[in-house]
Design a protein around this ligand. Structure first.
Ligand code: OAD
Length: 243
């Protein structure tokens, strides 16, 4: 299926959904998770860094790893793909629902609003245990991680760790968008992590689902079209206005 065909589908679609994964930000310089050489999960063990048990066992280590990722993301910029999505949303208010597995905040920095961040946000943090009155009464004490001066409750990154639920209202909105869209673009995800990958499968049943990825993904077989190329090259071509 050609780019032109998919552009035609997009023109005819009233309800568009875009589901993005780590490949969306690869050309901004953010590493993906599963690339054999540069992927975060090729270099680090997720069970040591991305679970509640790991944080409770070694909060300083986990906090520092997220601080490193926060710093890295602060030093990069949205790419042409992020910008193409944001501009399309601005030109067509309410027509495109953006769902991301990324925690890097680059969609928002490109100008997208109402981003459904399935896996939370790297730059935010939250209380590890439900906050007591003391936690809310004063700002947390600085540290790695910051803590409540009275009870010791810790601040943790506001991302979804392995074994944790996705934010239910975000998942519900994403599910609704997937089940009611005419067309979903699935950009830069390996399609192995659920429930996110299930959204692409639901969209393929509801309407058309198109994969945008330079490499093979688990969702290719279900897609109505697979466009082999990168987010920053293909999204501007897909989402730009007709001359
Ligand atoms: P992965 O690292 O599993 O997959 C990244 C995908 O992006 C691969 O299919 C690459 O081929 C593709 N890719 C690489 N460069 C690209 C580019 N320039 N343009 C388009 N695609 C490109 O990342 P995710 O699928 O996002 O979860 O991983 C899903 C979840 O697993 C993440 O959200 C994270 C991780 O554990 C949590 O943190 C909860």
């Amino acid at each position: 299926m050609t780019l032109g065909t998919v552009r035609g589908w997009l023109r005819g679609a009233n309800r568009i959904a875009v589901l993005t994964g780590a490949g969306m930000s690869a050309e901004s310089g953010v590493p993906t998770f599963r690339d054999a050489q540069t992927g975060l999960w090729a270099r680090f063990r997720p069970e040591d860094l991305a679970t509640e048990a790991a944080f409770r066992a070694n909060p300083g280590n986990v906090w520092d790893w997220y601080a490193m990722r926060r710093q890295m993301v602060a030093g990069v910029a949205p790419n042409a793909g992020h910008i193409a999505i944001a501009r399309f949303q601005q030109r067509h208010p309410g027509r495109l629902t953006l769902i991301t597995q990324n925690v890097d905040g680059l969609h928002e920095r490109a100008g997208s609003t109402s981003v459904l961040a399935l896996h939370g946000r790297l730059l935010d943090d939250k209380w590890l245990d439900p906050p007591r009155a003391c936690c809310l009464a004063q700002p947390p004490l600085d540290g790695r991680p910051p803590r409540c001066a009275a009870c010791g409750n810790l601040r943790r990154p506001a991302v979804v760790w392995f074994g944790e639920m996705l934010p239910p209202e975000v998942l519900a909105a994403a599910d609704e968008a997937a089940r009611t869209c005419d067309l979903m673009l699935v950009v830069g995800t390996s399609g192995v992590v659920y429930p996110a990958a299930g959204l692409a499968r639901a969209a393929a049943t509801a309407g058309r689902m198109v994969v945008v990825n330079p490499e093979a993904s688990e969702l290719d077989d279900t897609a109505h079209a697979v466009l082999r190329g990168t987010a920053a090259t293909l999204l501007p071509q897909l989402l730009q206005e007709e001359p």
